[in-house]
Ligand binder design. Structure first.
Ligand code: ADQ
Ligand code: G3P
Length: 731
């Protein structure tokens, strides 16, 4: 295999091999992933790894297939019959597919399914790694390969890995039912960038990460295994130009005219899907039946033409569905059909591309009734082909496409009457309205085409890597540590500003429990044992708390973000003249919200108020904190207050004080030649910003910060300080 810079890995290759009388024939693969993605790349820029859709009868046929695919830069992964049964039909399509499409009752689980899923993912990993020379990017596609990103990462930490999930990602409530939820989430987090069709899917995934791994997540990212991983939505598009071009060809229009001529006085409604319960085929038929019941004046004047491509016919739910569709079609036709009119025409086959486009051109209405669909490309293909003809798109709100094609007639496919009425509305829609709606949808489909989709994903991937590289540079590596240690050694007057909660001690569910340990006292004592060192603990804590823990020791203390300080003579003093008249009102509002929120509590300090929600149920705490911020925001200016959005705490205090101002005042007196500031919270950002540029500022956690460096977690702070001192003592 020629070395390639990009590798795409999907369960199915964009082509499939069929054996006809001992001859191997190449045919395009069915399904949105293969059709959509195949348009996006020139085969010379990539190598595509996947299953060729055939079980070779012997080694010689295997070699033939490899040779046949090699010039197209396709690398086949061969699966045995057993693997197809357990991995593809089994875990992929009897467990993951139903859960991702909100049909948990269709799940059928067998222990063999899972072990084969793991083994086949490894097989794909080995195949990808067999390609010589590291690629600059590996793009893993879809739910059949959810473990693959992590397997690749384990083999090579340096790889750039993207993953795209083509189907919906279920709500965390549903996903939590999967016994293998942790393995699947960890599998995906081997990627640097995880993409979904819709924003809702990306949020469902992040919520599942929070629940399963207990890691904090932002709205589009999370930190796991020392890497920032981005999770975003990239709505997939189609090869717009290809559809527009094909629909303008005379031979394709001839197909359309011929098709139309079979239904001279009738409105044609089409539907095009793989045979799948997620496509809402039965719901569509039921709605059509309701339409015929409700609007008898349209009898003989409408046909529903359903094109269904065979899919997963060995999976029992699919077999059952096929029988049910047959029964429902017969029922409708036998109730309403007559010698000159068959209301539903149903074809179970795949059509060549030009014929499919001819059908799109000829039809008046396209009906998409998915009960869940990652995107649904058919809806986009239909609109793209409507350059010279009119057509109305009826689109399920449960298809990802409904988030973009908002000018379609959006329906709830479970609501038969609403769907039937939308058929009635579509049939009678004035041409002007049809054109307006089609045009609005077309503009979106044209811009957000498949090439745009690939470009967006690749660009974001490059940005993700740049952010990761920047993070690595800010991280305190051995090299950075050595240079800090050297500065420490060379200096004669050192000043340490250390935040308390989240920096010197771990967060506790109850603030009072986070008292200093003997180990911490020992560490702090060892810092001030060196006469060249001055230590300041600078915290949002009350003066009372710091006093209880540290009075009598030779550390300076700054409490309530600078309101109280015992610098320079170890006697506590507070900043005079601070207004307090705002406190009763703010406290009342905080109490109201605390009463509505189990687990929330107020910490009333003499000069500031904090609303803590660390013990509140995940999600509810954040929601109530946002509500509190909205209530407090309009008062801040009037009272001259500052709101600090901290780690599970909202704190309100006077604007005149902050940790930065307090620290700067002390630094002005000490005139240190070695200044170190460590903190984890938003309130510590003032510290990093106010202190001189030469300060060695360190943030705990690698969130966006004004600090120069970061340490991963609180425990690392203690280790860092210990090493700095020990390193120096042993000089
Ligand atoms: N009878 C027929 N003859 C010829 N061609 C036919 C056909 N029936 C369908 N097709 C083609 O197959 C593709 C189907 O793609 P969809 O996006 O509609 O669904 P699918 O579930 O396969 O894709 C999965 O991947 C895509 C892409 O990510 C997601 O949109 C979707 O939600 C997800 O389930 C279309 O390109 C269509 O033209
Ligand atoms: O035919 P399948 O099972 O490979 O599925 C095709 C769909 O595009 C899956 O996303």
């Amino acid at each position: 295999m020629k070395n390639k810079k990009k590798i795409i890995i999907s369960n199915r290759l964009p082509i499939q091999i069929e054996r006809k009388k001992d001859k191997l024939i190449i045919k395009p693969s069915a399904g949105g992933l293969a059709t959509g993605l195949n348009s996006a790349f020139d085969s010379t820029e990539i190598c595509w790894v996947g299953w060729p859709g055939i079980v070779p009868k012997d080694n010689s046929e295997k070699e033939k297939i490899i040779a046949l695919l090699k010039p197209m830069n396709l690398l086949p992964v061969f699966l045995s019959k057993e693997e197809i049964h357990n991995f593809y039909e089994g875990y992929s399509n009897e467990v993951l597919w139903p859960i991702c499409h909100y049909q948990p009752s269709y799940i059928h689980f067998d222990q063999e399914y899972w072990s084969t899923y793991v083994a086949v993912n490894k097989k794909f990993c080995d195949a990808a790694l067999s390609i010589q020379d590291a690629p600059d990017f590996i793009w893993v596609q879809d739910y059949q390969l959810m473990l693959l990103p992590q397997l690749l990462r384990q083999e090579n930490q340096e790889l750039n890995i993207g993953y795209f999930h083509h189907i919906p990602f279920p709500s965390e409530e549903l996903f939590m039912n999967l016994p293998q939820r942790k393995e699947l989430i960890e599998g995906l987090l081997g990627a640097d960038l995880v993409g979904f069709h819709t924003f809702a899917d990306s949020q469902n995934f992040l919520n599942a990460c929070k629940k399963v791994l207990h890691v904090p997540c932002g709205h589009n990212q999370l930190k796991y295994s020392d890497r920032h991983i981005f999770v975003e939505s990239f709505p997939m598009g189609i090869d717009y130009d290809k559809f527009v071009h094909t629909s303008s060809l005379p031979e394709v229009n001839a197909i359309a005219t011929q098709f139309r001529s079979h239904f001279p006085d009738q409105k044609i409604i089409i539907s095009v899907d793989r045979l799948d319960y997620s496509k809402g085929i039965l719901e569509r038929l039921r709605a059509f039946l309701t339409f015929l019941e409700k609007y008898p004046e349209w009898h003989s004047k409408v046909v529903l033409y359903m094109l269904i491509v065979p899919s997963r016919d060995k999976v029992s739910q699919y077999k059952k569905l096929k029988d049910e569709i047959n029964r429902k079609v017969s029922e409708i036709n036998s109730i309403y059909g007559n010698l000159s009119w068959t209301p539903v025409l149903y074809f179970y086959k795949s059509l060549p591309f030009e014929e499919l486009i001819g059908l799109y051109i000829a039809s008046d209405i396209c009906m998409i009734t998915s009960t869940r669909d990652g995107m649904n490309l058919v809806s986009k293909e239909y609109i793209a082909c409507k350059t010279n003809s009119d057509g109305v798109l009826i689109l399920s709100e449960f298809a990802g496409a409904s988030k973009e094609l908002v000018d379609a007639l959006i329906i709830n496919p479970y609501n038969r009457t609403e769907t039937a009425d939308s058929i009635y509305h579509a049939i009678r829609m004035p041409p002007e309205e049809i054109r307006e709606r089609t045009e609005a949808n077309r503009q979106i489909i044209q811009k957000f085409n498949v090439h745009h989709w690939v470009r967006l994903f690749l660009d974001r991937m490059a940005e993700t890597k740049a952010i990761q590289r920047d993070e690595w540079a800010r991280r305190i590596s051995d090299k950075v540590f050595n240079s800090i240690a050297e500065r420490y050694k060379q200096s004669h007057n050192r000043l340490f500003f250390l935040d308390y909660d989240g920096t010197l001690v771990k967060f506790q569910n109850h603030a009072q429990k986070a008292s200093p340990t003997v180990l911490l006292y020992n560490l702090l004592d060892s810092i001030i044992a060196d006469p060249l060192n001055t230590l300041v603990i600078i915290s949002g804590r009350s003066q009372e708390s710091l006093s209880t823990w540290f009075d009598g020791r030779s550390y300076y203390l700054v409490a309530e973000h600078g309101i109280w300080s015992n610098f320079p003579n170890f006697n506590w003093a507070y900043k005079k003249g601070l207004a307090l008249h705002w406190m009763p009102e703010v406290k009342k509002l905080m109490e109201k919200l605390a009463d509505q929120t189990p687990g929330a509590y107020i910490e009333a300090k003499p000069y500031s108020l904090a609303w803590h929600y660390r013990k509140v149920e995940q999600g509810l705490g954040e929601l109530k904190a946002t509500e509190l911020k909205e209530i407090l925001n309009p008062m801040l200016n009037d009272y001259g207050l500052q709101l600090l959005d901290g780690n599970a705490v909202i704190e309100v205090k006077n604007t005149e004080v902050n940790k930065g101002k307090a620290a700067l005042e002390i630094a002005g007196h000490i005139k240190a030649d070695f200044l170190l500031a460590i903190g984890d919270d938003v309130t510590d950002e003032d510290l990093f910003k106010y202190l001189p540029r030469s300060t060695i500022s360190i943030k705990v956690g690698n969130n966006k910060s004004a600090a120069k460096y970061y340490l991963d977690q609180q425990e690392d702070v203690l280790q860092f300080l210990n090493q700095l001192i020990i390193n120096h003592e042993g000089k």
